[in-house]
Design a protein around this ligand. Structure first.
Ligand SMILES: Nc1ncnc2c1ncn2[C@@H]1O[C@H](COP(=O)(O)OP(=O)(O)O)[C@@H](O)[C@H]1O
Ligand SMILES: [Mg+2]
Length: 266
C-alpha cells in the first residue's frame, strides 16, 4: 500500500506540470447552441431495476450512507470540471476489473440526483460492454450503430428520469479501435453535446494497458479519472497508465477502489 501511495503522490506532482501543457477540447472545437428540452423528452425512458443495481454495487440512485463516497467524488469532479470549463470525463484504468463500470454507473446516478444538471453516460468499452448488465437495460440499437451514423441518438439513447441519458450496447463491436478513432465519432459527440446540452458526459472506456482503444478516443474528452483497485493494480501499471493518459488529456484524479481498512471494514 505504501508503494501505491508514493506512486499516487508522484503522479499528483507531475500532473500539475503536465496538465498545463495539454490543450483543452474547447480550444479545439466550437459547438453551436440549440434548444434541448424537447430532445431530452423524446428519448425513450429506461426503467432501472433495483435488484440489478444492488447486485452490481450501484448504490447512488438514492441518497444514503452507501452513496456518500460517490457523492463526494461527484462533487469534487464537478467543481474541478466547472473551474476548467470541462464537460467530458473519461473513466479508465490500467487493467480490466478495476471497477471502471462500477464507478461510471455510480457517478452517473449520483449526478442524476442533481436535478439542475444534465448528465450522459456512454459505454465505450466496445469489446466488453457491461453497463447494460449493471443497469439491466436492453438497448434496441448499439452505441456503435449510433456513432457510425446508422441510427440517430434520439432512437439509440435512453433516459433515466429527466436528466440522465444513457448510450449503451449489448454486444461487442467488431472493430472498436476504428470506431473510437473515427472523425465521424468525434462529430457525432459534438452534435449530441450541441443538441442535448449536457453538463457532464461520462465515457466508460476500456483499460489503457490492454489495447489501443482508449488511446484512440482520448482526444474527444477534456479529462480522465483513473480507477485503480487496491491489492490488484501494480505500481508499475498505474505509473504507465497515468503517463499514457497525461499525454492525451488532463488527469482529473485517481479513484482507489475496493480499499479496505485493516480491520476488515469499509
Ligand atoms: N469495491 C468493490 N468491491 C467488490 N467488488 C467490486 C468493487 N468494485 C467492483 N467490483 C466488482 O468487480 C467486478 C469488476 O468491476 P467493473 O466495474 O466491471 O470493472 P471494470 O469496468 O474496470 O472492468 C464487477 O463484478 C464488480 O461488481
Ligand atoms: Mg467495465
Amino acid at each position: 500500500m505504501e508503494k501505491l501511495q508514493a506512486a499516487l503522490e508522484k503522479a499528483r506532482q507531475t500532473r500539475a506540470v503536465r496538465s498545463s501543457t495539454v490543450p483543452t477540447r474547447q480550444q479545439l472545437r466550437i459547438t453551436p447552441a440549440t434548444d434541448a428540452d424537447g430532445a431530452w423528452q423524446a428519448l425513450a425512458p429506461a426503467d432501472l431495476d433495483e435488484a440489478a443495481l444492488s447486485q452490481h454495487l450501484i448504490v447512488t440512485r438514492e441518497a444514503g450512507a452507501e452513496a456518500t463516497p460517490f457523492d463526494i467524488l461527484r462533487t469534487k469532479a464537478l467543481l474541478q470540471m466547472r473551474q476548467n470549463g470541462w464537460k467530458r470525463l473519461a473513466i479508465t484504468s490500467p487493467m480490466p476489473n478495476s471497477g471502471k463500470t462500477t464507478v461510471a454507473c455510480n457517478l452517473t446516478l449520483a449526478l442524476g440526483r442533481q436535478r439542475d444538471l444534465r448528465s450522459m453516460l456512454f459505454d465505450l468499452d466496445l469489446r466488453d460492454p457491461s453497463v447494460h448488465e449493471f443497469l439491466n437495460i436492453m438497448p434496441q440499437h448499439t452505441i456503435g450503430e449510433m456513432l457510425s451514423g446508422r441510427v440517430p441518438f434520439t432512437e439509440q439513447g435512453l433516459r433515466h428520469g429527466e436528466n440522465v441519458a444513457i448510450s449503451i450496447s449489448n454486444r461487442a463491436e467488431l472493430d472498436p479501435t476504428r470506431l473510437l478513432l473515427a472523425e465521424e465519432t468525434a462529430e457525432r459527440l459534438d452534435e449530441i453535446e450541441a443538441v442535448y446540452k449536457p453538463d457532464v458526459m461520462i465515457f466508460d472506456l476500456p483499460s489503457v494497458l490492454v489495447n489501443d482503444d482508449t488511446r484512440a478516443f482520448l482526444k474527444n474528452v477534456d479529462c480522465a479519472l483513473i480507477v485503480i483497485r487496491a491489492e490488484t493494480t501494480r505500481h508499475g501499471q498505474f505509473d504507465a497508465c497515468e503517463r499514457e493518459i497525461a499525454e492525451h488529456t488532463n488527469v482529473l484524479g485517481v479513484v482507489l477502489n475496493a480499499y479496505r481498512q485493516s480491520d476488515g471494514n469499509g
